[in-house]
Structures are given as C-alpha cells and as structure tokens.
Design a binder for this molecule. Sequence first.
Ligand SMILES: Cc1cc2nc3c(=O)[nH]c(=O)nc-3n(C[C@H](O)[C@H](O)[C@H](O)COP(=O)(O)OP(=O)(O)OC[C@H]3O[C@@H](n4cnc5c(N)ncnc54)[C@H](O)[C@@H]3O)c2cc1C
Length: 285
Amino acid sequence: MAEGSSPNKIEYEHATVLIVGAGPAVGEMILKHCEAQSTFRVKWQHRFVRLKQPGDTKPIEVLAAGPVGEKFFTCHYLVGADGASSSVGRSLCIPFEGFTWADFRFMATNVKYDFEKYGFTTANMIVNEEDWAVIARTGPGDEPWRVAFGVRTDIPTAGLPEQLKEKYERLLPPPSNNPIGGLGLTTGFLDAAALGNCLVRILVGGEDADALLSKYERVRRAAWINYTNKASTEFKLRLHSTNPEAVADREKFFDSLNNDPDIHLKAATQMNEQVEDMFEAPASS
Ligand SMILES: Cc1cc2nc3c(=O)[nH]c(=O)nc-3n(C[C@H](O)[C@H](O)[C@H](O)COP(=O)(O)OP(=O)(O)OC[C@H]3O[C@@H](n4cnc5c(N)ncnc54)[C@H](O)[C@@H]3O)c2cc1C
C-alpha cells in the first residue's frame, strides 16, 4: 500500500435472492411494488462484475462495482435479469444463443406528430420492402408515438442522420392500419412471474430446487423458441420480405385480418396456449 493511502472499505452483504438488472421502462411500477416489501432492498448504481460458486451447498459470491468502490454480496439464488449482453450469463460461460438480423438495423424513435389526422389507429404496420415500419401510440393524449423501422446495415453510421430525415419524409404521409404485438418484454414478464412462483415454492414450500428449476428452464425456453422467436420473426418478414413463402404468409395473414371475425381472439388464445405452466404452488388438499 502506498504511503498516505488508506485501505478501501470493502462491504459485504447477504441476500437470499439477488436480482441483477431490471430495465427502466417499467422500472417505476416495479419499484413501487418492491418497496412495499420489507425484505426487498434496491442497490442503485451497482454493476455486476463477477461471481464465484464455491460449491453446491455454499452461498454464491458476487462482486459488484458500486459508486464508491467494490461491494461483495453472497446469496443463495442469483437471477441474471441483465439483458441480452448479460454479464451474469458470460460470467457463467452461458452462450447467448440465437442470431442477429444482418439486413437491417432496427431503429426505434419517439415522435410527436398528428398521426390520427392521417388515418393511423393505435397500432399500425407499414408493409414495404424498404420503408417498412411499425407506428404505434406509446400512451394517451399528447404522449409521443413510437415509430420503429429498419435502416439497411450497409449504410455507414455517419450517414444515418440524413437517412432518418429522408425516411421520415417517406414514412409519415401514408396511412396503414394493422395490429402488431411486441413480444420480448411480454415474454419476460411471464418468465419473471413463473420464476417468482418457483422461488416461493422452493424457499417457502421447501420443494426440490433442482427439479423445479430444471422444469422452469425447459418450459420457458420452449415458450421462447416455439412462440416468441417464431412470431417475432414472422412479424419482421411480414413487413418487408419479398421471399415468395413470406409473401404468401403475408397474404394469408391479411386475408384473415380482413375476413375472419375471430382472428384477434385466436391470436390471444394462441399466446395463452404457450403458457404450459406458470408454476403456481399446487393446491393443498
Ligand atoms: C426499441 C424497442 C422497442 C421494444 N418494444 C417492445 C414492446 O412493445 N413490447 C415488448 O414486449 N417488448 C418490446 N421490446 C423488447 C423488450 O424491451 C426486451 O425484450 C426487454 O426489455 C428485455 O428485458 P430484460 O429485462 O431481459 O433486459 P433489459 O430490459 O435490457 O434490462 C436489463 C437491465 O440490466 C441492467 N444491466 C446490464 N448489465 C448489468 C450489470 N453488469 N450489472 C447490473 N445491471 C446490469 C441494464 O442497465 C438494464 O437496466 C422492445 C425493445 C426495443 C429495443
């Protein structure tokens, strides 16, 4: 230690369940519910760095970088809710499976514009090989509208501002109205609710953790692969693809939207069918 310096105070803390992450968009709502629980604490500005699992029966050790230095936590369960670039996943050498669309960059912008005047309804999708987009309300009244679209990946980042100006000029006049559903966050809510139920059954009900968490992993992974990823891919291709198969699917889909009075009910039911098990505690006899 250099002369005159003092050792950093290292802080340690224990938690039964430690959750890393939780995004800001719905943060306020979640925070309100969390703060109502006496056993829940929030540590702001702490970045997960690494973890160590000394053994099956010992608590997990977690290192976080806080605003005034490092902080160590121990916990029995660690929930990595830290998004697509999850440091918790990387720390455990869990690969982030899947793929990245190489044709378009997704751009999501919030725009104040009188879309209603031009015939837009709450959620609209614009189908076009180049200028496809989803335009939807983010809230009532004066709240901005979400305009999400793709910009080709071969356009260098430096050229984006000019592209955006031209894109808006092309996108904003034409009206179009068909529903589209966002699925990432929605699926995440279901994951979180199911995991919460599992943890209650393990920590309060004393059920076998390995068996329950293995089943959770299998069920929620299958829901993602068989429904969320599939539907999200279909949504994207429906907006712009000229592939004959995608074109035929699009026509069939629009035909159902126009002619099948039960289409919305079917879409909602299809999503519910994916909820194989929400892991509620079995009813006691
Ligand atoms: C523009 C856009 C529009 C979308 N629209 C919709 C929609 O309409 N409907 C829908 O269902 N889905 C939508 N999605 C998808 C949805 O936002 C994501 O699927 C969802 O946010 C993923 O949630 P998550 O909790 O896994 O990760 P995130 O929301 O990414 O949250 C991860 C959190 O972890 C924190 N974090 C990261 N690293 C660390 C670390 N080392 N230590 C501590 N904290 C860390 C981050 O700061 C962040 O707060 C949209 C996505 C985008 C980009």
